[in-house]
Design a protein around this ligand. Structure first.
Ligand code: G3I
Length: 343
């Protein structure tokens, strides 16, 4: 067997391999990263540009420029685009704050879905229709949508998207929904959507995990349980945070972000940490391969370590290393472990 240096080639018969794309990548500003994208990925999710704050900045104004570019980029390079996301409590347009009546929230909700899903009808492969509607205990998050529209808003969002874009796959997406309580909430959502007569095709498990603590058992149980409900299972925002996140009650100020305690590896990763990251990714992909008949896509949340949101959360200026490619777009040991599973 010929050794493969491409993720999408290595896993061609198993599942799609995706990445989040940021604006610079959509605009093809950096030839090195863009050639890496074409070589490695056959699926992509816009990291920010299709979120409502960006695509729908004013009540009557939409800005489709970069989202259109993203769709063209996908068509040109054989990359399946997953729209992200139609209904989310975060990154909402500012004008939402000024809306006082539930009727107007309903109008916003309906018009937004119809307009955005309608524009990309037949152009995006799938939509994260609703994102992060759950609390950790499995109850519904008290978002602007729940408060104003009631719990039926989730099924309604699926119905509206299906009407606007009938041949697009429709997903519910969340983080920690491999954890038992949140998973139970997610299963309730799936059942409610189906009972309402609307269609749901799959569940996205975001997969923002932590070095040495990837919850393999919960992940495996989730793959099995979601799939038993007829869902395609996807890992939609995969990264493994290398810096520890013990911030509970800590002073998360910019000063802390730059402290050696919060940002210990500013000069690169020590070999043992690099190895642990590779081992974590290897174990995860072994599990994915074991269940490849149930998994349709694995998407990383960024191309290289420099792109990752984890450098800027919970404060700006941390130096994180959560992905398979380093800041110079070079494959890390974790990359070779992952493609090595297929070579
Ligand atoms: O573009 C502006 C820039 O003009 C400005 O100078 C700068 C300074 O504040 O901010 C820039 O916008 C930032 C944007 O990312 C682009 O970098 C926003 O502040 C920042 O809040 C935004 O963060 C995004 C985050 O969602 C917002 O919640 C991350 O990039 C994005 O990776 C992250 O993605 C989410 C998924 O959509 C859903 N699941 C969780 C995941 C990680 O939080």
């Amino acid at each position: 067997n010929k050794a493969s240096n491409s993720l999408k080639d290595a896993f061609k018969k198993d599942f799609l391999i995706g990445t989040a794309l940021n604006n610079l990548q959509i605009e093809e500003k950096d030839p090195t990263v863009n050639s890496l994208i074409k070589q490695q990925f056959n699926a992509a999710t816009p990291e920010n540009i299709m979120k409502s704050a960006l695509i729908h900045p004013k009540w009557d104004t939409y800005d489709f420029k970069l989202a259109d570019k993203m769709v063209e980029y996908g068509q040109k390079n054989n990359i399946k685009i997953n729209g992200h996301t139609l209904v989310w409590h975060s990154q909402l347009p500012n004008f939402i704050r000024g809306i006082k009546s539930s009727d107007s929230i309903r109008t916003f909700f309906t018009e937004h879905i119809k307009t955005v899903a309608g524009r990309y009808k037949g152009k995006v492969f799938s939509w994260d229709v609703v994102n992060e509607a759950l609390n950790e205990d499995g109850t519904l998050r008290n978002s602007v949508f729940l408060k104003n529209l009631g719990e039926g808003y989730i099924a309604e969002a699926f119905k509206l998207t299906q009407e606007a874009s009938p041949n697009t796959e429709l997903y519910y997406n969340d983080y920690n929904n491999e954890q038992p309580a949140k998973r139970a909430g997610c299963i309730k959502i799936i059942k409610k959507i189906k009972e309402s007569g609307a269609r749901i095709d799959g569940v996205g498990i975001q997969g923002h995990w932590h070095l040495g603590k990837v919850p393999l058992k919960d992940i495996e149980e989730s793959i099995i349980e979601y799939s038993a409900l007829g869902m395609k299972v996807m890992f939609t925002e995969l990264d493994i945070e290398v810096l520890q996140r013990n911030f509970q009650g800590a002073d998360v100020s910019q000063r802390m972000a730059n402290s050696p305690e919060m940002n210990p590896y500013t000069n690169g990763l020590p070999e043992e940490v690099q190895k642990q990251l590779a081992d974590d990714y290897e174990a995860l992909f072994k599990l994915f391969l074991k269940h490849k008949d149930k998994i349709s896509r694995v998407t990383f949340w960024g191309v290289n370590d420099g792109d990752s949101w984890l450098n800027n959360w919970p404060v700006r200026g941390r130096t994180n290393y959560p992905l398979l490619f380093d800041r110079n777009n070079q494959p890390k040991p974790a990359f070779y472990k992952v493609v090595g599973l297929k070579n």
